[in-house]
Design a protein around this ligand. Structure first.
Ligand code: SF4
Length: 344
C-alpha cells in the first residue's frame, strides 16, 4: 500500500521563532537564531539515491524541517524528486525564500505540486506576534503573491496554514477574509498543540478548544461563501454538536486520524492523546482520537461531553480499510476539487 511519506529535512534551522513551534531536530527546537548557518542534512547525491529508492513506494515527498526555503539547493532537490518519478511533492514553509520571485519560480518550475504556506494573522503585528521575526509578514505575503502569479501558468496548488492561538482567535473572520484574497486552494486551521514552545507558555498560547469551535460557528456563513476549502484538525466532534449543520460538509472537514507515516523524526501523536471512560458512550468514540494529554492536564474535560446518537448532527466519516478516514494524510490540504483529508 502506497501510504508512506518521505520527509526531507531540507534545512536544519528556521528564520522564525514561532510561539507554538513544535518542530524538533535532534531533540532540540529547530530555532537557533537568525544568523544560523544552513547546512543540508544530506548531500544532494545521497538525497537522489533516497529519492530513487523510494519512488513508487511512498505517496508523497515532503520538504520540511526548520524552514526548507532557506536552503538554496531546494529547487534542485525538488527537481531530483520529480526526476525520480515522485508525483506528489509537498513543501511545508513559512514562505521566507519564496518571497524572492526568482527562487519561487525555480521551486515551482522544477516540479513542486503543493506548497503549504504558514500565515498566522491578517496584519503585520498579529502575524509577527506569533513568528517573533520582524519582516516575516512581508516575506510571507510576498511569497503568497508570487505563488498566485505562478498559478496562472503552472500546475500546482498552494494552501494557507494558520495556527489558532489565544492571540489571533478573536480575529478569525478578518483573517479568513484576508487569506481568501490570495486565492489559496484551501485554508487549514490548526488549533495550537500543547507541545514545544506552546507547552512552555500554554496559558498564553493555547486557546480553549470550545472557544475555537464557537468562533468557527460564528464564521459559518463566511466559510460557506468562501471559494476554497477550509480544513480544521485536532478538534473532537463533540465540540460541534448542534452546530455542525451550519457548515458545508464539503468545505468544513474534520480529521481525527493524525498518525504520522513516513520516515520522519517526529513520532506518532496518538500516545500523547487521552480519552476518559465517558467517551465510550459517545457516538464519535470510534473515530475520535481524543485530546492532547497536556491540554487536559491543564484545562480538564469540562468542555468535552459525549454525544448521544440522537443529538449528533455530524455525518459519520467515510473509512478506508485501515480504519482511517478515506484519503487521510497528516495535516495537508489536498488539491482543489478533490477533497481529501489533510498536519502541521
Ligand atoms: S469521544 Fe470524547 S473527546 Fe471524542 S468527540 Fe466524543 S466526547 Fe468528545
Amino acid at each position: 500500500m502506497k501510504s508512506r511519506e518521505l520527509h526531507v529535512a531540507a534545512a536544519v534551522s528556521c528564520c522564525n521563532n514561532c510561539i507554538f513551534c513544535l518542530d524538533r531536530i535532534g531533540g532540540k527546537l529547530c530555532y537557533r537564531g537568525h544568523d544560523t548557518k544552513i547546512v543540508p542534512l544530506t548531500s544532494l547525491a545521497e538525497l537522489r539515491r533516497e529519492l530513487v529508492a523510494s519512488a513508487g513506494k511512498v505517496s508523497e515527498v515532503a520538504f520540511t524541517s526548520g524552514e526548507p526555503t532557506l536552503n538554496k539547493d531546494l529547487p534542485r532537490m525538488i527537481a531530483s524528486a520529480k526526476a525520480a518519478g515522485h508525483r506528489r511533492i509537498l513543501l511545508i514553509t513559512n514562505g521566507w525564500g519564496l518571497a524572492d520571485p526568482s527562487f519561487c519560480g525555480k521551486v515551482i518550475a522544477n516540479g513542486l505540486s503543493v506548497a503549504n504556506v504558514s500565515l498566522h494573522g491578517h496584519t503585520r503585528r498579529l502575524h509577527e506576534s506569533h513568528t517573533r521575526r520582524p519582516g516575516s509578514f512581508d516575506r510571507t505575503t510576498r511569497a503568497l503573491a508570487n505563488l498566485g502569479r505562478l498559478k496562472r501558468t503552472h500546475d500546482f496548488t498552494f494552501n494557507i496554514i494558520c495556527v489558532l492561538t489565544k492571540l489571533n482567535l478573536g480575529n478569525l473572520s478578518r483573517m479568513l477574509a484576508f487569506f481568501s484574497r490570495f486565492r489559496p486552494a484551501a485554508i487549514q486551521l490548526n488549533a495550537a498543540i500543547p507541545e514545544g514552545n506552546a507547552l512552555e507558555r500554554i496559558g498564553e498560547v493555547i486557546p480553549r478548544y470550545r472557544d475555537v469551535a464557537r468562533e468557527l460557528a460564528r464564521c459559518a456563513a463566511q466559510i460557506r461563501a468562501m471559494d476554497g476549502f477550509l480544513y480544521m484538525q485536532h478538534m473532537p466532534e463533540c465540540l460541534f454538536a448542534g452546530t455542525a449543520e451550519l457548515f458545508d460538509p464539503g468545505k468544513f472537514i474534520r480529521f481525527n486520524e493524525n498518525a504520522i507515516v513516513g520516515r520522519s523524526d517526529r513520532v506518532t501523536e496518538r500516545p500523547r492523546k487521552v480519552k476518559p471512560a465517558s467517551c465510550r458512550t459517545c457516538v464519535h468514540d470510534a473515530s475520535c482520537e481524543g485530546v492532547w494529554k497536556a491540554y487536559i492536564d491543564r484545562m480538564g474535560w469540562g468542555e468535552f461531553r459525549p454525544v448521544r446518537a440522537a443529538a449528533s448532527t455530524l455525518p459519520a466519516p467515510a473509512r478506508n480499510r485501515s480504519g482511517r478516514p478515506s484519503g487521510a494524510t497528516r495535516g495537508r490540504p489536498a488539491r482543489r476539487g478533490k477533497p481529501r483529508a489533510v498536519p502541521s
